[in-house]
Design a protein around this ligand. Sequence first.
Ligand code: ATP
Ligand code: MG
Length: 213
Amino acid sequence: MAPADFPANKGLLVALEGIDGAGTTTQLERLKKALTASGREVHLTREPSDNFIGKIIRSALTSSLKDDKNHLVTLNDPAIALLFAADRLHHLSAEIEPAIKAGKIVITDRYYGSSLVYQGALCGEDWVKELNSRAKKPDLTLYFSLPVALAAARREKRGAPQERFEEEALLADVASRYEKLYAADPGAIVINAAQSVEEVTAACLKAIERLLA
Ligand SMILES: Nc1ncnc2c1ncn2[C@@H]1O[C@H](COP(=O)(O)OP(=O)(O)OP(=O)(O)O)[C@@H](O)[C@H]1O
Ligand SMILES: [Mg+2]
């Protein structure tokens, strides 16, 4: 199906998932550009969100969260899992659902799949699933599958400081949880993220087109 044939005004939620360095952020603007060129309205977003709870989480992930006396605060893993779930429910009602209602394709860089695998690895999957049971199911999840070593090499090349949850042992566990989760999910498409940036964009667009057809 040619992109120009996309049916108009069907609001959708598409989630991009994958271990750190898999390349989800690289694809966001590229997908928006291609879909906008075919006449669709696209809303890009991410989790942790850019709202106030998301900002607390981002500070916690970069070990820069401070209390009102300007002292660094370390949150424990279950507290972070709860913040992710709270951020998600607020993100949904304040940003994602209104955009879907307006007929936009919402593409989120990470969603509850990330909580299931990262917070699931650290706090227990059943509890994290329960915490997220009220979050809307995405219409499509694009899972960027990439060997842990290749993702590590990409992160090293990117050069940003290491965040909490980016240790190799945890990421190996997270990767195997991701593979298991999406092998059994009919709402997910596995994208070979080892391909070139252009090939990954094409694979993502193909999956979105199929959904819109
Ligand atoms: N298909 C690709 N081939 C080669 N390099 C890539 C590809 N996609 C992304 N990269 C590079 O890999 C690095 C990580 O990509 P990116 O930041 O998009 O990953 P990410 O999945 O968003 O990571 P994080 O989860 O840590 O935010 C970047 O330097 C990016 O330029
Ligand atoms: Mg990213």
